[in-house]
Design a binder for this molecule. Structure first.
Ligand SMILES: C[S@@+](CC[C@H](N)C(=O)[O-])C[C@H]1O[C@@H](n2cnc3c(N)ncnc32)[C@H](O)[C@@H]1O
Length: 475
């Protein structure tokens, strides 16, 4: 069958009623116009109403594309020819763009990338979370579009016989190695290290993956230890704090935007106690410890937790660092009505049990730092019964890539009042001394998180509304 090469104009209604898969099965190449960029960085156009996703496309592009995947409700395609460029399309500056799996958006002007990402955040929150937070109300913070990246993961592969090792990134969608001669998103010291590494690695016994990070003053460290390559501790200053870490643990990537990130997360609230969950090496915990009398950090990675303890100690800041998975700690660790909780989970977002217990224990202020808007949207929807979303900030922490960072500030909603019927003839017969949960002896409402006498109740579990007081907190 010779491939049809239709365009998306002038299609009849009858054609549109046929199943999508059947219509796409007959097509090889087609022409379409890209309407928008979606989360993940792909362009979205429609052919006879069928969504077609196209990597490296720009909104407004008129393209000839080749279908590479046909799904029941949509298709995926690659660009065959750029018939007319959309506004804001540019020549990608890096020679490896397109093959290397690191960047997705170099073909778009820097300011257009930011605008499209903010729209993608608003759209994802609406579509997945049912949250109407217009893009115009999202605060936007952007910085250096090039030379920003403090950490990277490089991959290695043997070169042709006797020629040592090649170093680079995985190709898009595969584990094939793309050796690099440049990587202009890295801070200069890291780029120098990355592009010269192949010459300095031994010919044999080189790990397949190398974590490489840069500190202030051009220091670089590589993990694991290989030969006499630089290895060990690094330090980065953010505001008044100097953070120690190494290439094995998480540290935020955009050198220039670290102060803004910390500022937007920590804010200026103050109080008795703050919990920094998924706390890493203490990026937020140190400034939180200036504003709260006590800070508790929960971090699952042993090495990061050790640095968090040390970073607090070196600044003479009090704080407890607990090396434990948040989902197990939170069952007994988070009290009712804590003044402040910050969560900064990995891309998968919050586990169901963590969401449920945050809603149940209802901290007064909850800050959610997310690097995955779809997970954020799902989690905010689940938290909406207990919290009001007050503020959203988009930080362009990953220029040239489709990755997104969002900070959401939430405030606890008042708990629904527990209605206790007035004592009647039947209730008067009830056993003396019994009280409804959450009530003081005189029947007045007890403040959240307080036991009898107003004392803080560690790990106490108020029952969710409508549970009749019998539901156990999720495990
Ligand atoms: C996105 S990083 C944030 C780190 C820190 N907030 C920062 O900004 O530098 C997520 C952190 O959570 C840790 N982590 C991942 N899964 C975890 C879990 N289930 N429980 C506790 N920590 C976890 C990782 O080791 C990592 O340090």
């Amino acid at each position: 069958m010779s491939p049809r090469q239709p365009s998306d104009e002038g299609t009849g209604k009858g054609e549109r009623r046929r199943p999508v898969a059947a219509r796409l099965a007959e097509l090889e190449e087609l022409e379409l116009t890209i309407d928008q960029l979606v989360t993940g960085g792909e362009g979205l156009g429609r052919f006879e109403g069928i969504p077609i996703f196209v990597p490296f496309a720009a909104p407004g592009d008129r393209l000839r594309v080749r279908l590479v995947a046909r799904h029941p409700g949509y298709g995926r395609a690659e660009i065959v020819a750029l018939l007319a460029p959309g506004p804001g399309r540019r020549e990608p500056p890096c020679p490896h763009f397109g093959r290397c799996g690191g960047c997705d958006l170099q073909h778009l002007d820097d300011s257009l990338q930011v605008r499209l990402k903010v729209m993608a955040v608003a759209e994802t929150l609406r579509r997945i979370g049912g949250l109407r937070f217009p893009a115009e109300q999202i605060e936007v913070v952007s910085g250096e579009p090039w030379g920003w990246r403090l950490r990277t993961q490089l991959h290695t592969a043997p070169a042709a016989a006797g020629e040592g090792v090649r170093v680079g990134y995985h190709a898009r969608g595969s584990h094939e190695l793309v050796a690099i001669s440049r990587c202009p998103v890295l801070v200069p010291a890291l780029e120098r290290e990355a592009v010269t590494l192949a010459r300095r690695l031994p010919a044999e016994g080189v790990p397949r993956r190398l974590d490489v990070a840069a500190g202030d003053g051009g220091e670089v460290a590589i993990a694991p230890l290989v030969g006499d390559l630089p290895h060990g501790e690094l330090a980065v200053r953010v505001g008044e704090f100097r953070y120690r870490f190494d290439a094995r643990c998480f540290f935020q990537g955009h050198r220039g935007l670290l102060p803004q990130l910390v500022d937007r997360v920590v804010g200026d609230a103050e109080g008795e106690r703050a919990y920094d969950l998924y706390g890493g090496v203490g990026l937020f915990a140190l400034p939180l410890a200036r504003r709260y009398r006590e800070v508790v950090v929960v971090e699952g990675d042993r090495i990061a937790a050790r640095y968090a303890r040390r970073n607090l100690r070196e600044h003479r800041l009090g704080g407890e660092v607990i090396t434990q998975a948040v989902e197990s700690w939170i069952r007994t660790g988070l009290p009712d009505g804590a003044p402040r909780v910050v969560v900064d989970p990995p891309r998968t977002g919050l586990p169901v049990a963590v969401r449920a217990l945050l809603s149940l224990r209802r901290p007064e202020r909850l800050t959610y730092v997310s690097c995955h808007p779809a997970a954020l949207a799902r989690d905010l929807a689940a938290l909406a019964e207990a919290f009001t979303l007050e503020r959203l900030v988009f930080l362009d922490l990953f220029p040239q890539t489709a990755h997104l960072e969002v900070v959401a500030q939430l405030a606890a909603k008042a708990r629904p009042a527990v209605v206790v019927p007035p004592p009647g003839p039947r209730r008067a017969a009830a056993r003396p001394g019994r009280r409804s949960p959450g009530r003081t002896g005189d029947g007045s409402r007890r403040p959240p998180g307080k036991g009898p006498g107003g004392a803080p109740r560690r790990g106490s579990h108020p029952h969710p509304p409508g549970s009749g007081g019998r539901r156990r907190p999720p495990r």
